[in-house]
Design a protein around this ligand. Structure first.
Ligand code: ADP
Ligand code: NI
Length: 189
């Protein structure tokens, strides 16, 4: 199944998203996933497809649509039901923020790639973009501002990663974010 078709579909669906789930995010996740996948004997086509398509039905973007867009894409491109269900199982796992050794290596790879794109300079940009798109203030010292998302979720993400490349990149990106958070706090005094 041509990854290019999936990329065009995602571009048409998410090119105007302003909440951090845009086409650029999907392409970065695909590239990170393929980089992680280099160290594994795994289904690289599945890794590429699932990572590029992982946000096409994201609840935060589209509301409760189930797997409407994914199913539409699979139908139009004659993907068989079994492959479609495998992609769905990978996507469903992403929203859980779970470490579960029983899921497939492809699932781990896409999860780690998606989470890596929530870290580093890109992660900071996405955190404030998401906050703005969802009516959150940048910083007011409460647990509902965009800033606090780093402590509530992002700093814990490296612990979910056990693929060596992802873990290494995650640690570097967290270090960068820690410096940013410290500098931000200094500037709010
Ligand atoms: P993904 O699985 O692609 O990271 P999410 O929907 O969980 O998707 O988040 C999209 C982006 O928005 C991520 O960069 C995430 O860190 C950020 N984000 C999610 N929830 C919040 C929040 N409550 N405040 C600030 N940023 C958030
Ligand atoms: Ni994502």
């Amino acid at each position: 199944m041509g990854i290019k078709k999936a990329e065009s579909y995602v571009q048409s669906l998410l090119c105007h998203d302003a909440s951090g789930h845009d086409y650029g995010h999907c392409i970065r996740v695909k590239n990170l996933a393929l980089k992680i996948a280099e160290s594994y004997d795994c289904d690289k086509n599945l890794v590429a497809l699932a990572s590029v398509l992982h946000d096409v039905d994201d609840e935060k973007v589209f509301g409760h649509v189930g797997h409407k867009h994914l199913v539409e894409f699979c139908r139009k491109n004659n993907l068989d039901a079994e492959y479609q269900n495998i992609i769905i199982s990978i996507i469903d796992f992403l929203s859980l923020d779970l470490k579960d050794d029983t899921v497939s290596i492809e699932t781990h790879i896409v999860q780690h790639a998606d989470n890596l794109d929530a870290l580093g300079a890109v992660g900071i940009a996405r955190m404030f973009a998401f906050g703005g798109a969802n009516g959150k203030v940048v910083y007011d010292g409460t647990s509902t501002d965009s800033f606090s998302h780093y402590y509530q979720r992002l700093e814990k993400l490296p612990n979910l990663m056990n693929t060596p490349f992802a873990k290494d990149v995650a640690k570097k990106r967290i270090k960068f974010m820690q410096n940013f958070m410290a500098q931000f706090k200094k500037e709010t005094l």
